[in-house]
Every structure is written in structure tokens, then in C-alpha cells.
Design a binder for this molecule. Structure first.
Ligand code: NAI
Length: 251
């Protein structure tokens, strides 16, 4: 079943990890994908992903663009509109963590995390709602985190940024619901990506897994499946929600 046939999606930070899995999942469901990557070192991976997506029979393009820069987001979305004609779905996925205990955290470290994880969501959403309002349809999906809901020692900046994403998501849902634009967040638990590579194996990983009812970390594809649901018409009456995809860690 092609749940997103003929639609166009933007995915930020998709050269690897959850973003890459989302791009592949969307393309497998017939969706054209415009995605961003930030660093020169990701260029090769981004180009390889672009080719993989095209091989799935959709239109796809990689853009080097910083989601944490307002002007860059504006020109990226304008370029996408020129190239693809419309934007039906926006997945605000780009994110970083710079963990540190509060006593040691500098304002620069704090601001960097807020800028990449929270300001970027505002920057991108502000751009994509214009074409979505015109088309009177749209689905915006923001990658939050379980940490935004429960907090974590050493992750105050990350938790604050991801909690901010949830408040923003609810406000956008209220502001734009009447225009048929939906906005939802996903709160993953531990996902096996580069971001959590420190958890990969050994005793530490076993300890974390023991606290997860499903007994395992998520794959990027587990999260991509939830993203697909929120992007598609299967969730046509769902907005302003935060879907936990954490293996039951929050219960
Ligand atoms: P990752 O580190 O593997 O991928 C993040 C991607 O975002 C990277 O490709 C990176 O280059 C890109 N990126 C970073 N800053 C950017 C910017 N300013 N502009 C454009 N791209 C930028 O991480 P992962 O795990 O795939 O995370 C994706 C999202 O999911 C993030 O928002 C993260 O906070 C969130 N998340 C991840 C969890 C996990 O356990 N891995 C758990 C909960 C949420």
C-alpha cells in the first residue's frame, strides 16, 4: 500500500539515523523527498541516500542546509518549492545532544542545543506553513524525545529543547487546525543510532534495556513507522499529540 503516493516531504538531518530511515520509508510509500544534511563530511552519505530514494521510483534531492539558521531554512524551502512544486509533509528531525551537568554547562553549550533542537523547528515550520495554508493541507511532525517529558540528569538543555518542541507542536495544532494543517510530535525512547552509540553494547546497555518493557532499544525504522502514520491520512483526525515510541519506558 502506498500511503503517501505523489506527496512531497521535507526531512531535516536525514543523512543518517532516524531521518534517513524516515526518508526511505516515505519513498517506499511513493513520496517525493527533499532532505537536508549539514556538514561536508555527510555529503557522500547524503548523495548515496538521494540515489537510493530515486531508485525507489520517486523524486528526491539532498540539500546542504543548516536547520538552525533562519535564512538558510527560508532559502531551502523556496528551493524545494521551485523544484518540487509543493510541500505536503515536513519532518523536523535534525537534532543534537551536548550533555553536561548543569554546574559545568556553559551558556554557549546551552544555546547550541536550543538553537538546533528548538529554534530550527520554529524556523522550518514558519516556512512550510505558507505553501500548506495555500494548499489547505499539511502534516508537520516534530521529533521530540522521552527526555523532554521525564527529564534526565546531565541533559537539561536537551530536555528543555525537546519539551519546548512539545509545547510548540500543540500551539501550531491549535493555530492551524482550521486550515487542515496537522502538527504532531514523536517522543522516542532509546533508538540505535550514532546519537546513542555510547549505549551500544555491554553492561550499560543491558541495564537500560532491563528498564524497557519491550526489552530492547528501538530501531530507526520503528520510529520511521510512527512518522509514516502521522504523515499519512491514517492519522487524519490526529493533531497536537505527542506519540511515545519508547517501548513502554514511560509507564
Ligand atoms: P543522529 O545524530 O544520528 O542524526 C541527526 C542528524 O541531524 C545528523 O545527520 C546531523 O548531521 C543532523 N543535524 C544536526 N544538526 C543539524 C542542523 N543544524 N541542520 C541540519 N541537520 C543537522 O541522531 P538520531 O538519533 O537520528 O536523531 C534524530 C532526531 O531524533 C533528533 O532530533 C534526536 O534528538 C531525536 N531523538 C533521538 C533519540 C535516540 O535515541 N537516537 C531518542 C529521542 C529523540
Amino acid at each position: 500500500m502506498n500511503l503517501l503516493q505523489g506527496k512531497t516531504a521535507i526531512v531535516t538531518g536525514a543523512a543518517r539515523g532516524i531521518g534517513e530511515a524516515v526518508a526511505l520509508k516515505f519513498a517506499a510509500h511513493g513520496c517525493n523527498v527533499a532532505f537536508t544534511y549539514i556538514s561536508d563530511s555527510s555529503k557522500e552519505k547524503a548523495e548515496a541516500l538521494e540515489q537510493k530514494l530515486i531508485a525507489l521510483g520517486v523524486k528526491a534531492k539532498a540539500y546542504q542546509s543548516n536547520a538552525a539558521n533562519f535564512a538558510a531554512c527560508e532559502s531551502f524551502v523556496n528551493d524545494v518549492l521551485k523544484e518540487f512544486g509543493n510541500v505536503d509533509i515536513c519532518v523536523n528531525n535534525a537534532g543534537i545532544s551536548k550533555d553536561n551537568l548543569l554546574l559545568r554547562m556553559t551558556p554557549e553549550q546551552w544555546n547550541e542545543v536550543i538553537n538546533v533542537n528548538l529554534n530550527s523547528v520554529f524556523y522550518m515550520t514558519k516556512q512550510v506553513i505558507k505553501p500548506m495554508m495555500k494548499a489547505r493541507t499539511g502534516s508537520i511532525i516534530n521529533m521530540s524525545s522521552i527526555i523532554g517529558e521525564i527529564g534526565n540528569a546531565g541533559q537539561s538543555s536537551y530536555a528543555a529543547s525537546k519539551a519546548g518542541v512539545i509545547g510548540f507542536t500543540k500551539s501550531v495544532a491549535k493555530e492551524l487546525g482550521s486550515r487542515n494543517i496537522r502538527c504532531n510530535a514523536i517522543a522516542p525512547g532509546f533508538v540505535e543510532t550514532d546519537m546513542t552509540s555510547y549505549l551500544k553494547d555491554g553492561e550499560g546497555a543491558d541495564k537500560y534495556k532491563a528498564g524497557i518493557p519491550l526489552g530492547r532499544f528501538a530501531s530507526a525504522e520503528d520510529i520511521a513507522n510512527v512518522t509514516l502514520f502521522l504523515a499519512s491520512d491514517l492519522s487524519s483526525y490526529v493533531t497536537g499529540q505527542t506519540i511515545s515510541a519508547c517501548g513502554g519506558l514511560n509507564i
